[in-house]
Design a protein around this ligand. Structure first.
Ligand code: SF4
Length: 353
């Protein structure tokens, strides 16, 4: 690499870029950003003395938890949540806790390989450069969704090496939810789900404790909502064919037939809309989805859909949706159905905002 941009410096450069992008949005200009990246050397050389770095976890696509790494004698020894970070408030999920495995797991690739054989870094670099030169203009960079200035950095790099295409890939994409938000609310964005304001959470398959959205923040908000307090306990209903870890934490699991989540959401919305019409333009949209018409396909009885809709309407409630179907052709329609259910139950601006 040119101009002393070593692998180590590359990561530092990207970290500074991200910090700069965030700082640009703040009113108060930071006077020093270097101390966030350069370790406190007066501790680094003291034997047996641990010190902490503050950084950000990148183990999942939300990539947003504040992380505190304890290092000693140049080696990271423990990953914990940054107690002062507003999102995770000191917590890390199992993925974040296990992130040190990328440094120390004996099964990791510690050396470059070519054709299955371990090769030196020098050979790998010249082979890589030669491949780049042969493929200029046709390079495909396949990576995870980027945060901060990382995407712009990769795009610049692709331009410098002759041009190509960057593809972001995520197994647990929320693109359908974003598209549904645009259809339902005219804004291509992801809403905030205020679990803690709900007395009844109806979950259409989202594994919110393990993978959906921001698992650490979800877990904290769910604990706030679901804990026994003031002599009562709020309820969570899990709807879907698969009982995930999040489903196992629910008070009730309704094993609906696969792919019928949207029908159940719309049947509940129909029931509520009949009693409390809030948006006239939904009459035609909801009319084919009465509980009587859809119950047979969903595997959930008419009475159960009605009683759940009644409970959803009478309490402060929230419906969320996610899961494996979220990458299927039905994903956007299902998310729109769940947004509609929240809208007819008057949840907009309260638990969905
Ligand atoms: S939710 Fe877990 S994996 Fe994702 S950023 Fe937070 S600690 Fe890391």
């Amino acid at each position: 690499m040119k101009k002393g941009l070593s692998r180590r410096n590359l990561f530092k450069f990207m970290a500074v870029g991200g910090t700069t992008a965030v700082a640009a949005g703040c009113e108060q200009k930071p006077e020093k950003i270097i101390p966030a990246l350069v370790p406190p050397v007066e501790f680094e050389y003291m034997p047996n003395t641990g010190y902490q770095y503050m950084t950000t976890c990148r183990e999942c696509d939300s990539g947003a938890c504040g992380m505190m790494i304890t290092a000693r004698e140049y080696r990271a020894q423990k990953a914990e949540g940054n107690p002062n970070h507003p999102l995770n408030q000191g917590a890390l999920c199992a993925l974040g806790q296990a992130s040190l495995q990328t440094l120390y797991n004996p099964e990791r690739h510690a050396q470059p390989r070519s054709g299955g054989e371990v090769i030196s870094w020098e050979d790998a670099q010249s082979e890589f450069v030669s491949l780049l030169q042969q493929s200029a203009g046709q390079i495909v960079y396949l990576g995870r969704p980027t945060v901060g200035s990382e995407g712009a950095f990769v795009d610049n790099w692709l331009n410098e090496v002759g041009g190509g295409k960057r593809i972001a890939f995520s197994l647990i994409s929320r693109a359908a939810e974003q598209r549904a938000c645009e259809i339902a609310f005219g804004r291509s964005d992801l809403p905030d789900y205020a679990f803690e304001n709900a007395e009844l959470l109806v979950n259409f398959g989202a594994d919110f404790i393990e993978t959906w959205g921001h698992p650490v923040q979800n877990g904290r908000r769910f604990a706030d909502m679901h804990a026994y307090s003031d002599g009562k306990k709020n309820r969570c209903i899990h709807i879907g064919p698969h009982q995930s870890l999040s489903g196992a934490r629910a008070d009730e699991w309704l094993p609906a037939n696969s792919g019928t989540e949207a029908m159940i959401a719309l049947a509940m919305a129909y029931f509520i809309h009949q009693r409390d019409p809030r948006y006239d333009f939904l009459d035609d949209y909801l009319s084919p989805y009465s509980p009587e018409l859809v119950a047979g396909d969903t595997g959930i009885s008419v009475d159960k859909i009605r009683s759940l809709a009644e409970e959803f309407h009478q309490n402060s409630s929230l419906a969320i949706a996610g899961g494996t179907w979220n990458s299927s052709e039905q994903a956007t329609a299902t998310q729109v159905a769940v947004f509609t259910l929240n809208a007819v139950a008057n949840n907009l601006g309260k638990t969905l905002r």
